[in-house]
Design a protein around this ligand. Structure first.
Ligand SMILES: [Zn+2]
Length: 413
């Protein structure tokens, strides 16, 4: 029997991977996560054995999994690859129609849940639990992939617990959360925990070079800047606007010399976050409203149409509320991302000031300039000011106010 945290003796064996290249198929997008990939591949093999009526490797497969790890380490990528490995006839080859449907989130036996607002309610969860109990249409598994499961409200978590305690025979639950502590102990203890680690920059760069064809120096710089966050590293390397946003954030320390520029940079950080949130949400909002209108038969005539149109008003209001909640979340996340980059910059400054031998995420020239202009104590106080600002944002302090307070502290040092 393996230990419940999945790190028992049964999992210590390393996968046999051909020298020089990572695992193939959908698991190939998980750089530096060899132990996790091996664990999931064994589980998928166990699941296939169960379907074939053969005895599976004892303890390899279970019906509830919790994927944890720091942001960007690939929690949902790992869960998605595992879902494909459960649903694909070829163990998650990454090429077949089934794998492509899993990646696109359109597979009939995959219930993909991505809470868009700040929390996920009990009504939605009860509905999900009902759907999850259904039989898989493809005859393999019914997979529920629940991203950000930590956004469940307490009542929602209770509804979820019942489903995980008494699972339908062919249903597999894949929950994702930053850490196991983010879920209530009752759910946590019924899941096998898969812990992803922060991959080394070199492993992330390797993926960018091999899978995305990015030039090595650029790939490594992006990997370092993203601190092991694969998706973010890829965006920094290929998306000019993402690279520009990062450059904007990193101008803040240089501007934090006097009052005027400090206040201006606070305003610019907030504006950038608002623009980003607008770009992301607008792209999603309009198609959603369109499909709702179509679902209610807008534009058609005939019996019952008028009644349906009256029903649409309520549904449209619901949709708009959800869209508003999503916009708030995207804006908050974007701002938080900028603050983390800023904190990381000052961490690098501190490392330079202390002469520590660590991998730096930022350009050394700029770091030396800032490092030479103040003592390490001031750098620490600046990091604290940034962290305080993040906390104030979660307490719903007006973003501009919180940011101004922070940039003024950066000036004070
Ligand atoms: Zn496949």
């Amino acid at each position: 029997m393996s230990s419940p945290d999945g790190r028992g003796a049964a999992w210590t064996e390393q996968p046999s991977v051909p020298e020089g290249r990572g695992p193939s198929g959908l698991f190939g997008d998980l750089p530096g996560q060899d132990a996790v990939v091996a664990q999931l591949q064994r589980a998928a093999a166990g699941a296939a054995a169960i379907l074939a009526g053969q005895p599976p490797e004892p303890g390899a497969m279970t019906h509830a999994w919790l994927f944890t790890g720091p942001p960007g380490s690939g929690r949902s990528v790992a869960a998605r690859a595992f879902a494909a490995a459960l649903l694909c006839d070829d163990g998650g080859c990454g090429e077949c129609a089934c794998c492509r449907q899993v990646l696109a989130g359109t597979h009939a036996d995959l219930l993909l849940i991505r809470p868009e607002g700040l929390s996920y309610g009990v009504k939605q969860t009860r509905d999900l639990v009902l759907r999850a109990a259904g039989k898989p249409t493809g005859g393999r598994w019914q997979v529920v992939l629940f991203e950000d499961a930590d956004r469940c409200t307490e009542q929602a978590a209770n509804a979820l617990l019942k489903a995980i305690e008494e699972p339908a025979p062919q249903t597999v639950w894949l929950l994702c959360a930053p850490s196991a502590e983010d879920l209530v102990p009752t759910i946590r203890s019924r899941c096998r925990v898969v812990t992803l680690v922060v991959p080394a920059s070199s492993a992330v760069a390797k993926v960018l070079i091999e899978r995305d064809g990015i030039e090595p120096a650029k790939a490594l710089a992006a990997a370092r800047a993203a601190q092991g966050h694969v998706g973010r590293a890829r965006r920094l390397a290929v998306d000019a606007s993402a690279a520009k946003r990062r450059a904007d954030v990193l101008r803040v320390p240089l501007a934090a010399t006097s009052l005027g520029p400090a206040l201006a940079s606070a305003a610019s950080l907030v504006r950038t976050a608002e623009e980003e949130a607008k770009a992301v949400t607008e792209e999603l909002d309009e198609p959603e409203r369109d499909s709702l209108r179509r679902a209610f038969g807008e534009g058609s005539t005939g019996k019952g149409v008028a009644k349906a149109m009256r029903g649409m008003a309520g549904a449209m209001k619901d949709l708009e509320d959800r869209q508003k909640s999503r916009a708030t979340r995207v804006k908050r996340d974007t701002l938080d991302q900028a603050l983390l980059e800023l904190a990381l910059f000052y961490r690098d400054v501190l490392m330079v000031q202390l002469g520590a031998d660590v991998e730096l995420a930022n350009s050394e020239d700029t770091l030396r300039k800032v490092a030479a202009s103040s003592p390490p104590e001031a750098t620490l106080r600046r990091v604290q000011a940034i962290m305080r600002c993040r906390e104030r944002l979660t307490l719903n302090v007006a973003p501009l106010l919180a940011l101004e307070e922070m940039t003024l502290s950066l000036v004070a040092g």
